[in-house]
Design a binder for this molecule. Structure first.
Ligand SMILES: NC(=O)c1ccc[n+]([C@@H]2O[C@H](COP(=O)([O-])OP(=O)(O)OC[C@H]3O[C@@H](n4cnc5c(N)ncnc54)[C@H](OP(=O)(O)O)[C@@H]3O)[C@@H](O)[C@H]2O)c1
Length: 304
């Protein structure tokens, strides 16, 4: 189809998106902090001016039709301790590229632009971030939208298996513990709308097409809000482990104590964008089954 896409960031979302785009589009280039420089990849630390100049230089050379911003930092706790670096990498970077590449930008943003006091936020709800992550992503959103680009706010993503030694997703933790028949204690009062990685790449790929039909700001999430406890029970059920191994606890007594009560978005309609009438993201049963089908051998994975 001749569409050239540059994907900035090649972590959980970026690397899956690159795989999908390469199948659908052909010409896909990447930018991330690590990796060796090649015709198709530019290593840049986007938290520095030098790195941002490197990105701008690469974009000028490559002349992509779309630039998808999926870079980090993405660790909420780290950003709380390093607000300036977080602002540079997200808001600073977005402002730097928006001036020249605004209408070509597609930013992957987050439900953290809301304080998490109410469920199922829609794009009509006014953002009011309560943490550094939400504030720097909201500033990046504004830069991208002011310059004519698109923003997709995405709920917590699951799907795919991390390489050994890397941070694993909540879904991986649940499935790994379930397969090992280990007990797990998780909050019953933290609610989210997890969305499968395949659905995220489907929508982002669709939005990279010329003339994609979608508003400038959309929300992409799983079809149902559920608690972490319910999600973990679903994982245990699917692996055949006893659901009694999952124990509910209050959020305040867990590692999610600093997280809000709700991390949930209401999903917009992406049928027109994806070109699939009635398109809907997968429910957690389908999504977790897909993960299990692709799971590595138990001995090949280490949970942290
Ligand atoms: N995952 C989710 O559930 C979720 C949900 C909503 C929104 N988001 C947003 O989506 C984006 C991607 O999330 P993810 O889960 O795919 O993140 P991730 O797995 O942590 O990957 C982040 C990527 O960004 C790169 N990166 C980090 N700091 C950088 C820097 N200073 N300069 C250049 N590159 C840098 C990393 O490069 P290296 O690997 O080379 O260090 C990595 O490729 C984030 O902005 C996040 O806010 C994620």
């Amino acid at each position: 189809m001749g569409q050239h896409v540059t994907v900035v960031g090649r972590g959980l979302i970026g690397s899956a998106l690159v795989g999908r785009l390469r199948r659908d589009f052909g010409v896909v280039r990447t930018v991330a902090r690590s990796g060796a420089r090649t015709d198709e990849h530019e290593p840049c630390d986007l938290g520095t001016r030098h790195g941002r100049d490197g990105l701008l230089g690469a974009l000028r050379r490559w002349g992509p039709d779309r630039v998808v911003l999926t870079h980090g930092p993405s660790d909420v706790t780290w950003m709380e301790r390093h607000p300036e670096e977080a602002a540079e990498a997200h808001a600073g970077l977005a402002r730097a590229v928006a001036a020249e590449f605004g209408p070509r930008l597609l930013l992957v943003s987050t439900d953290n632009v809301y304080p998490g006091t109410e469920p199922l936020r829609t794009p009509a709800d006014r953002p009011r971030p309560a943490n550094v992550y939400g504030r720097v992503k909201l500033a990046a959103e504004q830069a991208v939208r002011d310059a004519g680009g698109r923003v997709v706010r995405v709920s917590l993503v699951y799907g795919g298996w991390s390489p050994p030694g890397q941070r694993v997703t909540f879904a991986e933790r649940c499935l790994l513990a379930a397969r090992a028949r280990q007990p797990l204690t998780v909050p019953e009062d933290q609610w989210f709308t997890p969305v499968h990685l395949d659905d995220v790449t489907t929508v982002l790929t669709a939005l990279c097409r010329p003339g994609a039909e979608a508003p400038a700001l959309t929300h992409l999430s799983g079809p149902r809000q559920l608690s972490r406890y319910e999600f973990a029970r679903a994982a245990y059920r699917l692996t055949g482990a006893g659901e009694h191994l999952v124990t509910p606890c209050p959020r305040a007594d867990s590692e999610w104590a600093s997280r809000p009560r709700y991390s949930s978005l209401r999903c917009d309609d992406f049928a027109a964008a994806t070109g699939t009438p009635g398109w809907q993201p997968a429910g957690v049963g389908t999504g977790l089954r897909a993960m299990l089908a692709a799971a590595p051998a138990p001995s090949g994975v280490t949970a942290r």
